[in-house]
Structure formats: structure tokens, C-alpha cells
Design a protein around this ligand. Sequence first.
Ligand code: NDP
Length: 398
Amino acid sequence: MSRVLIIGAGGVGNVVVQKCAQTPSVFSEIILAGRTKSKCDKIAEDVRIRTGKTILTAQIDADHVSETVALIRSFNPDLVVNVALPYQDLAIMEACLETGVHYLDTANYEHPDEARFEYKWQWAFHDRFKEKGIMALLGSGFDPGVTNVFCVHALKHRFDEIHELDIIDCNAGDHGHPFATNFNPEINIREVTAKGRFWENGNWKETEPLSKSMSFDFPEGIGPKKCYLMYHEELESLVKHFKSLKKARFWMTFSDNYLKHLEVLQNVGMTRIDPVIYEGVEIIPLKFLKTLLPDPASLGPATKGRTCIGCLIKGIRRDKIIQYFIYNICDHQEAYQEVGAQAISYTTGVPAMIGAMMVLTGKWRGKGVFNMEQFDPDPFMEQLNLHGLPWTEITWND
Ligand code: NDP
């Protein structure tokens, strides 16, 4: 029985709260805090209707450590789940340190002025968390998150050594809008327009944004889709923790329509993150664009189709080279029926709840700052099957 403070009342925050409320044996008391309290209250009301459970809500600006500290002191949680934006990571980690409370997030820290994520800022907290006797679990979403756990599951149960990894993320759904992003538009567009980066033979290699692609035939009727090479944060921790990796890449599918809109927006400067003066006022074009685009949390009712996210792995098992694909398929409409969210929020929020469960039940225990692949994958994989994200494995000889 534990108390959890969830920060961030967006698409992902909604799913985390709903899934925690569905699991009262672990999460006995829940408080949802966000910058806009009305969003927290709306989620709380929906949780009450769906589960009968009452959760508390609070207004907070998590950029200010003192506000988070005060809320932690008044609610006294065992764990803080950060599903606000990556900009808040360091401030919330500071608040956890000051109050001696465990920390969990789903996205790596990024500075608002530079579209570049790196774990170094959060890994730098390791010694202070260790001294305080608390743990931080980083990247407990789907990718990062489940993809990291898939890798360690593969190494534990299917391979003697892993040599090549391709993480492949496909959203084969359609939301009916000419252009919308499935999670926070600002974070999404910063990620997609950044240079690609992959690991090969002991070095990081860079590619121009979305300049390298491949076709991948997704299982269970989804079929072949064009996937674009991108940099994604889990590559950094996986390369650090899996020393045998010779190649590690991340791929994502985009529709031609999404890419066409993105190209035009980039060409006219709407994706810029540096300030420009508009009628005497300083604005950041990408933040302005975000206010015009559909809120990802509102896409649920209209989004149809499925996502497929998985890890394609090549390595050695009993002196033979084998290939292996482990994946989850998630249906947008099924997610919407269950928790009122599309599958991108669902596939992120469910692993955040399971990661929280691992910490709170002591199945994953440590002092310091950890990535997902540093723990035993078995209890986490078991919970994925129980909480709406079942996984499937295919193995074949090379
Ligand atoms: P949304 O934009 O829908 O929600 C973010 C929420 O955080 C909003 O409610 C926002 O408040 C709140 N927020 C922003 N700044 C603050 C602040 N200073 N203090 C308190 N609350 C704040 O985003 P998503 O729900 O789509 O994404 C949430 C997180 O999940 C992001 O970090 C994203 O990168 C991550 N993610 C991870 C994935 C993974 O697989 N690992 C996949 C998808 C997303 P307001 O409404 O007032 O703006």
C-alpha cells in the first residue's frame, strides 16, 4: 500500500492515473498535480466515473523546486512519477532529493533552449540519490522503457550475446487531422527534426534529419511501412550497458502527409526554438505552433488503427547467429475504451505505472539513478501481459 504523486496532467498523465487507480492493492493513495489544475480535476472526475476511486489534485509549477517540495511534504508520497515535460526532470529530481522520495520519469532531460537530450544531466544525480538512500528510475515509458526491458529480457532468455539492435516504432493509426502529433507537439517536433544518430562499431554516427530510411514488414497484418532513422535516448543507455552491441539504431514510421506538413513548417520557420519578435513581443515559433495544433490528449476518440513497437535483435545463441523480433501491438480504440486515451499515451502510461509498481513493491530496488535495463526484466514483463501491453516473440536463424 503506497502513496504516489503524479506530476503532469496531459495524455500520458491521464493513463498513469487511470492505471494506478485500477491497481489499488499497490497504489492506495493518488494525487495528480499539474500546471493547470482544471486538467487534473477533469482526469480525477473521469477516474471516479471509471473506477469509483477518488484521487486528490493540486496545482503546481514543477519548474520551481520549492513548490514540489511543499507538495511532497504535505502529501508525503513514497514515489513521485514525473509525466510533465522533460524540461522539469532536474527540478523534480532536486525536490525528491530534498525530501528523500523515490523518482520515476518517462523522458530524458532536455534544456528548453537546445533540442538535444542526453542522460549526463540525470546520471550526474547518481551519487546524491545513493547517499540519500533513494532511487530514480529513468525512462519508464515504452521507448525508452519497454524497449530497454525487451533487450534485457532477450539477453537473459534468448541470446548468449547481442550484436545488433534495431528499435522500430510504428504508429499505423490515423487521427483524421491533416497534421497532429501523438504526444506533446513541442517535444515531438524537436525530436523528429533533430539529426539522426546511431551506434556502429564503437562510434556514434550522425545523419541529416530523416535522411535515412528502410522498409519493415510489421506483423499481424500491419504490413510493410517506411521507417526513418532517428536518434532516441534509450540508445545511449543501452550502448553503455550492453557492451557487446556493435550496432544500435532507432527507427520510426511517419506518414507522407505528416512529413509533407513538417517540411513546410520547417521551411517557413515555424519549428524554430529561438525567440523571434512579433509585434513587439518575444515568441518562440514552435511554442506558438503547439498552441494551434490539436492537444494529443484530445485525439483519443477519433484515432483508429494500431501501433507496433518492438526490438529487432541479432546475436548469438549456442554458437549460432539468430535473429529475433519482440513487439507489442496496441489498438488505439481499445485504449480509448479503457482509459479515454489513444495508444501513444497508453503505451507510455502503462509502463510508467508498472515501473512505479516495481519500485513500490521492492521488485526493483536500488540506491542511485538507474535505467530500466539494469533490473531483472521478468516481473516487469509479467505485468505488461496483465495490464494491457502483451508482447510476442519471433525467432529465426540468420
Ligand atoms: P502533454 O503535453 O499532453 O502533457 C504534459 C503535461 O505536463 C501538461 O498537462 C502540462 O501542463 C504539464 N506541465 C508542463 N510543464 C509543467 C510544469 N512546469 N509544472 C507542472 N506541470 C507541467 O504531454 P504528454 O502527456 O504527451 O507527454 C508527457 C511526457 O511523456 C513527456 O515528457 C513526453 O516526452 C513523455 N513521453 C514518453 C514516451 C515514452 O515512450 N518514453 C512517449 C510519449 C511521451 P499544461 O496543461 O498546463 O501545459
